[in-house]
Design a protein around this ligand. Structure first.
Ligand SMILES: C[S@@+](CC[C@H](N)C(=O)[O-])C[C@H]1O[C@@H](n2cnc3c(N)ncnc32)[C@H](O)[C@@H]1O
Length: 203
């Protein structure tokens, strides 16, 4: 990061970032209101997250990423766009899940997760059966798990895992026009890939 970006990070992270570990999250204390709460895991540079937050002021969002320059870019945009319904987690979303009460979330979004294409690395994928089960427990009934990927095999694997979960129903949907195009998605489009959106509802 440039010095200016590092200074910005130091100034804004304490204001907008949540702790990765700690007490159970109290969304009212964080956002000052009661509203549907959505977790976006792996926000990259946060372009699509900040666009979504601005488009949906009645929803509160938490965007998570381990990548410091991406969090810094997102913090800059939160400030310039004057967003109040967005907080960030600079850390591992899977660790942060321990702060979320069962049934707390209206949605979990995972847009273009790291593909881990090699067979021996696939156990690292964020949509493993064990992780999906944790996501389901934190979703409220009717809450939605939305995964988008442009790797057909990743979509098929996630589809099988979600289909096998007794508390999920859904599958592949047409690309929702409300989902902003992400930076990673754009690279895929340029390379000739097409996004596949999977939306599952907790039953
Ligand atoms: C391929 S990028 C996609 C970023 C963005 N969603 C997009 O479409 O442009 C995947 C992102 O997920 C982040 N990530 C992977 N595992 C994570 C985890 N456990 N917690 C938080 N972020 C994670 C990576 O750091 C990376 O920025």
């Amino acid at each position: 990061m440039t010095t200016a970006r590092a200074d910005l990070f130091e100034r804004l992270a304490p204001v907008w970032c949540l702790d990765e570990v700690g007490e159970d999250l109290d969304p009212f204390a964080v956002f000052g209101r009661t509203a549907p709460l959505v977790l976006d895991i792996g926000i990259g540079f946060g372009d699509s997250l900040t666009t979504a937050a601005a488009a949906d002021p009645d929803v509160d969002l938490i965007g998570a990423d381990v990548h410091t320059p991406g969090i810094a870019s997102t913090l800059a945009r939160i400030e310039t766009m004057g967003l109040t319904n967005l907080r960030l987690l600079h850390g591992d979303a899977l660790v942060f899940l321990a702060r979320l009460a069962p049934g707390m979330l209206a949605g979990i979004r995972i847009y273009f997760p790291d593909p881990w294409p090699k067979v021996r690395h696939r156990h690292r994928r964020i949509t493993s059966a064990a992780n999906v089960d944790r996501f389901v427990s934190i979703l409220r009934p009717g809450g939605r798990l939305h995964v988008a990927t442009d790797i057909a095999e990743y979509a098929t694997a996630t589809h099988s895992i979600c289909d096998a979960h007794p508390n999920l129903e859904g599958g592949v949907v047409e690309r929702p026009d409300w989902r902003p195009v992400t930076r990673y998605e754009l690279k895929g489009i340029t390379a000739g890939r097409t996004a596949i959106d999977l939306i599952y509802r907790k039953i």
